[in-house]
Design a protein around this ligand. Sequence first.
Ligand SMILES: C[S@+](CC[C@H](N)C(=O)[O-])C[C@H]1O[C@@H](n2cnc3c(N)ncnc32)[C@H](O)[C@@H]1O
Length: 344
Amino acid sequence: MPNVAHFFEGVEKLLEICFDESSSPNGDLRNITRGEWENLLCHVKCEIISYIKNDSIDAFLLSESSMFVSKRRWILKTCGTTTPLKCLEQLLQLAKLEGYHVISDIFYSRKNFTRPEIQMSPHEGFFEEVTYLDTIFPEGRSYCLGSINLECWYLYTFSKPELKALPHLIVEEKSTDADPDQTIEILMQDLDKDIMSAFTKSKFTTGREVTAYSGIDKILPEMHIDDFLFDPCGYSMNGIRENGEYMTIHITPEEKFSYVSFESNVALNNYTKLISQVIKTFKPGKFIVTIFANKSSLAYETMKELEIEYSTLSNWRRTDMQCCNFPSYNLLFAQYSRALEKVL
Ligand SMILES: C[S@+](CC[C@H](N)C(=O)[O-])C[C@H]1O[C@@H](n2cnc3c(N)ncnc32)[C@H](O)[C@@H]1O
């Protein structure tokens, strides 16, 4: 048997679709049954391992990351060699049965993979992903932020408000009084060895124990948490609040390819403290921050000027920062790496 070195691609593919009001009075994506989600996730090559819900949002923990479902919004975040774009047609059909014929926003994003050559079609490269998405949404736009030849972050989104997709799917401009919406992601690599060693079965038995030990439960208080510790290592958690806010953290602790992702839609007018707390909890060697905010969100006006500062400012070097204006969203992208220690 060839000695193939163990590797897991922690970097996730993140797909988010928001629909306009349903044409059916009882239309709600949460009416989609567990069986229907399981069938859909077969196309992605992952399974549901756990589930929590409240009046605003359903949160599924998956064998490869997470899925969140609220009335009009669906979020799928999957890592490894999963194929999330392959479930799109089925998702749109299920949504249509709930009266969702009009898409208001679509985002597909991911960081560059550590090992792109192990991905499966249509994820063998961003160009292939865009070509696949274009067959469903012919006028979507694709972007690459950061450095194309080093670390970067890819995004596919609609930028034209009056865009038409499949004949029965219309993408319309979001009115300025749309619900506030914002998403922050922090994607971390080269993490502290000692901190990562906690996310193993040799140290803890359950997700609950390591959630408390690591301080994950302190990052955003009053979250109802669903957590899972993989065997022999690896960790995933979803947290939800009654108002529809969520957080999700996924951890690949293996030293050679350690990766941690944090994502939340929590409404804040400044994310500096939250970013600092996440960074202190996991101690990465480098990380990327992305913040999306629509015109109604608290973050919209302030994020362009956002200068991310830390008490240990001198330890971080910002290698990139870009801001983009889309028709209904602002996007901030920033990349940091640990600066070399100063010899005094
Ligand atoms: C699903 S978790 C979290 C992935 C996430 N995208 C991240 O941020 O790293 C992946 C970690 O769990 C480990 N793992 C153990 N069993 C697994 C399984 N059955 N499926 C997926 N990952 C598993 C992997 O080696 C890896 O360390």
